[in-house]
Design a protein around this ligand. Structure first.
Ligand SMILES: C[S@@+](CC[C@H](N)C(=O)[O-])C[C@H]1O[C@@H](n2cnc3c(N)ncnc32)[C@H](O)[C@@H]1O
Length: 269
């Protein structure tokens, strides 16, 4: 309920703009841990989805990384130019650059500290990170084939501004992949905003159950990492934020007070 309440409060644009940036700046500054590469609640695949094979070094990040994999693999990204808006600590953009071989992968985030962390920890020839705002993307018109957005849109002052920008930077035929959570009214609003984005809906999937399963399965790894790496006084708050079992986020997703969706759109004209 707490998590839902917080997300409902953030229905107000001024509140979103006020609270989210300092939170993510602070997290990147006080916890510059190279092992902590993602800030999403993860994904356990559907039975019909092929299991994801990972190098041993990436196994520790399996669940948050799977949220990226099963979203990004809805588009053909090999050889393409891909933009991630809200790339956080950079692990997702790095995964795409490394495993799915785009020609160019750009991770962009509002939080300067998060961008610095990503630049320091992930280096590949086809990967770059840049600071920028989802509501005013610092890229020319028609400069990307795919735009991806993972658990980030709930923090934007104006989602319609963001969607206008996505449409602008996509090439004709370009693909927009987005996944995020909302309470029921927030989900209705987001669906309306997506409907009026000028992008054509190709797929939509309720993945709430997959996220709950990921939280439950990843629990021991997450708890062990938090206890080992996070200062003791921060552990309870961090367990809530990271979403361990019985945290507010886990309870709200489990009871479907919060619903987690993923969508695929095309820029058809
Ligand atoms: C929950 S984190 C998810 C990060 C990453 N996608 C992941 O899954 O690990 C949300 C991210 O969105 C970023 N963000 C919030 N508002 C933004 C904005 N207006 N423009 C760009 N990024 C923003 C935050 O700084 C944060 O890094």
């Amino acid at each position: 309920m707490l998590a839902k309440l917080f997300l409902e409060l953030t229905e107000y644009a001024f509140f979103r703009r006020l609270v989210w940036k300092p939170i993510y700046e602070l997290l990147a500054r006080v916890l510059p841990l190279s092992e902590w590469q993602f800030m999403n609640y993860g994904y356990a695949p559907m039975p019909e989805e092929a299991p994801l094979e990972l190098e041993t070094a990436d196994e520790l990040q399996r669940y948050p990384l799977q949220l990226y994999h099963y979203l990004a693999s809805r588009a053909a990204v090999a050889g393409k130019e891909v933009l991630e808006v809200g790339s956080g600590r950079g692990g997702g953009a790095h995964y795409i650059a490394k495993y799915l071989q785009p020609n160019r992968m750009v991770g962009m985030d509002l939080a300067k500290n998060a961008v610095q962390f990503a630049r320091k920890n992930f280096k590949r020839a086809n990967l770059e990170y840049q600071q920028g705002n989802a509501e005013a993307l610092p890229f020319p018109d028609a400069s990307f084939d795919v735009v991806i957005n993972v658990e980030s849109s709930h923090a934007y002052g104006s989602v319609p501004n963001f969607l206008r920008e996505v449409r602008r930077v996509l090439r004709p035929g370009g693909i927009f992949l987005i996944t995020d959570m909302r309470g029921e009214p927030g989900l209705q609003l987001l669906n309306e905003q997506l409907k009026h984005s000028g992008l054509k809906l190709l797929e939509e999937t309720d993945i709430t159950r997959n996220v709950v399963l990921a939280i439950e399965t990843e629990e021991p790894v997450k708890k062990e990492r938090i206890r080992r790496l996070v200062p003791k006084w921060l552990v309870p708050a961090f367990e809530e934020f990271a979403g361990v079992k019985n945290s507010a986020i886990h309870r709200d997703l489990n009871s479907r007070d919060l619903i987690y969706y993923r969508w695929k759109f095309v820029k058809s004209e």
